[in-house]
Design a protein. Sequence first.
Length: 207
Amino acid sequence: MAQSPPPVRRGRGRRPADEVRREVLRAAGELLLAEGMAGFTVEKVAALAGASRVTLHKWWPSRGALALEGYFSVVGPTLAFPDTGDIAADLTTQVRAFVHLMRDTPAGRVMPELIGQAQTDPELSAVYRERYSAPRRALAVEALERAGERGQLRPGVDPEVVVDQLWGACYHRLLIPDQPLTEEFAEALVANLLTGIARPRSAGSQC
């Protein structure tokens, strides 16, 4: 398990709010990945960031909401969506990056905890949709729409459904690990989706 981050040493003077917020999110993300939700508290984050608990409670409605925003502040750069002009390559790169994050880093242990807590924490559930899942979905939808404009996808493809097919499959294996998350799985997801799985029927074949 990763070690918890060291506390921030505060100098004299009042820090700008933006700086405090960045330090809080950094501390929250690193603490969450190190200790999971079981060891995550507002008090620990405040101490690590050199901020007051009152400030944290003012900015975040719940412990879970702070945890999720801290989580994304740490993992967000890893999940940047590429735009090379080749939708097959871009989807494969992005899904592989997601699989690597969930399989090979503490983020893969923490995400199921956040999803589980979101079922009983309305504030966390709202933040999950507004600041994590919805923005990430929008990036993928925009990439697919650009690919459609380039003529790389057939007319009528619903980008929202494609997102569910690709990342929904990854979340399924993350939450119900009957089968492993692997790079080969990521590549097969994209290949199957883009090429289709049904054999073309020969002329005169019967239904």
